[in-house]
Write a protein that binds this ligand. Structure first.
Ligand SMILES: Cc1cc2nc3c(=O)[nH]c(=O)nc-3n(C[C@H](O)[C@H](O)[C@H](O)COP(=O)(O)O)c2cc1C
Length: 304
């Protein structure tokens, strides 16, 4: 009994120390004052379609900028070096791997308590079967409620995040006590799901009901006082697309209607206001158009 009490006290003290050293949530200073100096968000901004950066690009050309993109050398970093603070890896990764889509996850626990939180260590990773991945970061103390719920019940709804939802979505990332529903914090609305218990977000253009198929916990990386980091693989069980946002076959969502928000570095988000296209190519059709491809084709292994 005594040893279990002292273990709990040690765990609490470790969590307290870990909390003191944990600086992931950036202090934005007087953000209201900073934002007041900026231009208003243009809700009606159309999405412009332009040419690609180098429309005349030829096979083998790399980046046709006269070597400008090769001028600087790279600096090598060991992410695990004892002198490298974890926060530097966090800042580097969220600013360098950007924009990231935001998966807005609705889950419930075994008692039916609801949770809603955003995750940008998130991606669709296949369509056949439709598969998604979500990464849960280590933090001082307990694991994230969403992760706990996914482990307990194996169910979720992944909701897309459009520009008009971002304040509500960002607010739902607050570290609410376990069991407090971010549905109430955000003011977003619930819609019923069919194949899983958690609700869908009615405001989202696209909802994906899904079930957990695998979890990888990084036990070997866990630090004293910090929760376990984990990655969860989710398989879709049902799609819901808002009417009027897609083609008649529900095979393509209109970007003008989706208006996706991407997470960038720091506390920045980005919007899509300009796009360009590049056709996908086939070797057999492209070889006759390019001397380089003719040469590579002639040199391929087994070619006589
Ligand atoms: C846009 C956005 C993206 C986020 N992405 C992640 C993420 O990928 N992984 C993560 O562990 N936390 C992420 N967070 C932080 C979580 O949302 C936050 O820790 C939240 O409180 C977790 O809620 P929960 O404990 O109710 O699951 C993100 C926050 C925001 C605002």
């Amino acid at each position: 009994m005594a040893s279990s009490a002292s273990a709990t006290a040690a765990a609490e003290s470790n969590a307290e120390t870990a909390q003191k050293n944990y600086k992931i949530v950036q202090d934005a200073g007087d953000f209201a004052e900073t934002e007041a100096q900026r231009p208003a968000f243009d809700q009606a901004k159309p999405i412009e379609v332009t040419q690609s950066p180098y429309p005349q690009w030829k096979y083998g050309e790399g980046v046709p900028d006269n070597g400008a993109s090769l001028a600087q050398k790279h600096h090598e970093i060991d992410p695990y070096h004892p002198d490298r603070p974890m926060i530097n890896n966090y800042r580097l990764l969220v600013s360098g791997i950007a924009p990231r889509p935001v998966g807005f996850l609705s889950t419930i626990n075994n008692q039916g308590r609801k949770n809603l939180s955003p995750f940008s260590y998130f991606q669709v990773i296949d369509h056949d079967p439709p598969m998604f991945i979500v990464g849960f970061s280590s933090r001082p103390g307990r694991v994230k409620d969403t992760y706990r719920n996914l482990k307990e019940t194996g169910e979720c709804v992944i909701n897309t995040v459009s520009e008009n939802m971002i304040e509500a979505v960002n607010a739902s990332s607050i570290d609410a006590p376990y069991g407090v529903s971010e549905w109430d914090v955000s003011g977003l609305h619930e819609a019923p799901s069919t194949t899983v218990k958690p609700s869908r977000v009615a405001e989202s253009v696209f909802n994906i009901e899904g079930k957990v198929v695998d979890i990888k916990e990084f036990t070997d990386h866990q630090q004293p006082g910090m929760s376990l980091a984990a990655t969860v693989l989710i398989k879709a069980t049902r799609f819901w697309v808002k009417e009027g946002t897609a083609d008649p076959e529900y095979s393509h969502i209109d970007l003008e209607k989706l208006r996706p928000v991407g997470q960038l570095g720091g506390i920045s988000y980005g919007r899509v206001v300009s796009t360009f296209e590049r056709p996908r190519t086939k070797w057999s059709q492209e070889v006759p158009k390019s001397d380089l491809l003719v040469k590579l084709d002639a040199e391929k292994p087994g070619h006589q």
